[in-house]
Design a protein around this ligand. Sequence first.
Ligand code: FAD
Length: 420
Amino acid sequence: MRSLLVLGGGTAGTTLINKMRRLLPREEWSITVVEPRREHHYQPGYLFIPFGAYSPDEVTKPESNFIPRGVESLTAEVERVVPEQNQVMLTDGTILGYDQLVIATGTTPRPDQTPGMYGPEWRKSVFDFYTLEGATALKEALAAFPGGRLVVHITEMPIKCPVAPLEFTFLADAYFADRDMRDQVEIVYVTPLDGAFTKPIAAEHLGGMLDERKILVETDFYVEQIDNDAKTLVSYDEREIPFDLLVTVPLNMGADFVARSGLGDELNYVRVDPGTFLSRDWDNIFAVGDASDIPTSKAGSVAHFAVDVFADNFLHHIRGEAMPVRFDGHANCFVESGNGKGMLIDFNYDTQPLPGKYPIPRVGPFSLLEETGMNHYGKLMFKWIYWNALLPGRHLPLPALMSMAGKKVPESQHERGGSL
Ligand SMILES: Cc1cc2nc3c(=O)[nH]c(=O)nc-3n(C[C@H](O)[C@H](O)[C@H](O)COP(=O)(O)OP(=O)(O)OC[C@H]3O[C@@H](n4cnc5c(N)ncnc54)[C@H](O)[C@@H]3O)c2cc1C
C-alpha cells in the first residue's frame, strides 16, 4: 500500500483528493488530507459580503461534505515537513508518513507584517475583505460610512485574485452611487504596481474603467507603515495618503511551516517546476494552488487547471515515467465591475489578456476584456459551479491549457505576458 498525503483542504486540495480518489486504485493507494478548518470557504464570495449581496452562510459549507469515501480527513494543522524522512509533523505531535506529498496550503493575508496595520484602528477604520471576518465587519463599516476618503490599497504583489481589489473599488463606486452619496465619497486606489494591473492591455482597460468612475490612482506605492493617529498610509519614499476608511489587502504569504521545512522562497511559497508543480528539491513533493511559487495569478481557476494537469502527470510520475503535460500558467478571472456588468480575462505565462470570446471562439458567451451583463452572470454562476462541480472534482468542459482560438491579437501587442 502506498500513501498520498495532501496538506490543505482548500480549493486545490479538495479538488485534488476527489479527482485522485477516482484515479488511484483503493487497494494500492491510501489518501489522507490534513485541514484545520471544519468549514470550507468560497473565497470569491467574500467580495460581495461588504455590499450585502452575499451573506456569510452562502460562502461556507462543512468541509466534510466534500471529502470523498476512501479519503481519510484529519482536522489538524501542519507544523513541519521533514522531507529527508518522508514525514509530516502536526502541531498536536502526530507524525504522518507519506510516499507522495502534495502541499496545497494556499496563501494567507498577514496584516501583522506591516507596521501599524494590525494597530488600534484595525477593524475600526482599517479593514480587509480577504477573510470572512474582515468582509463581514466591513459591511457594517460601509453601511455606517458618512462620506469622506475611502482608500483601497494593495500592500505588495503577489496577492491571491489580483483583480479583487479593483472589483472592490468598482463595486464601492456603484454602492455609493446607489445610495445617492457618491459625490460625498472620494475613492483612491493605491497600488505598488505602475498601473491598474500588471499586464499592459488589461492595465489599459482597467485603468480606463477607474478614470471613467473618477477614481484617483496612486501607483508605485510601497507602504512602510500605517500611522493610526494621523490615519495615514506612509510609503518608503515618504509619500502620505490620508484616509477616513482604509480597505487594505495585507501582504499575502504562504504557510509558515513551508519556511520551517526549508521548502519555500522569501514569502513561504514552495519552489516548484512551473510546468509540473514538482518540488525543485524533492521528487516526491508537489505544491499546487496558491502555495506554489509559479509565476501566474494566485486564483481558484489556476488551482482548478493545475489540478487537472497534475492528475494526468501524477499517474505517470508514480510509475517512474516522465510527466507528459507541462502547465502553461492558464488563468481566467471574471472582473465584477458594478451595475450588473463584468469583464473576463484569460491568459497564461506567455500571453497577456487579449480581447475576444470565451470559451467558444466567436460565440462566447463570455466576452474577453469587455464589460457585459453575461460576464456578470458568469461570475455569479461560478459559485454554484464551485460547490457542485469544481470541488467534487467533476469534469468541467474547460481546457486546462490556454487556447488562442477566439482571441484577437492587436497589431502592436505581441509582447510576452509577464507574471503577477
Ligand atoms: C476576496 C477574494 C476573491 C477571490 N476571487 C476569486 C475569483 O473571482 N476567481 C478565482 O479564480 N479566484 C478567486 N480568489 C482566489 C481563490 O479563492 C484562491 O486562489 C483559491 O482558493 C486557491 O486555492 P488553494 O487551495 O491554493 O488555497 P485555499 O483555498 O486558500 O486553501 C488552503 C487551505 O490550506 C489550509 N492550511 C493553511 N495552513 C495550513 C497548515 N499549516 N496545515 C494544514 N492546512 C493549512 C487552509 O486552512 C486552507 O483551507 C479570491 C480570493 C479572495 C480572498
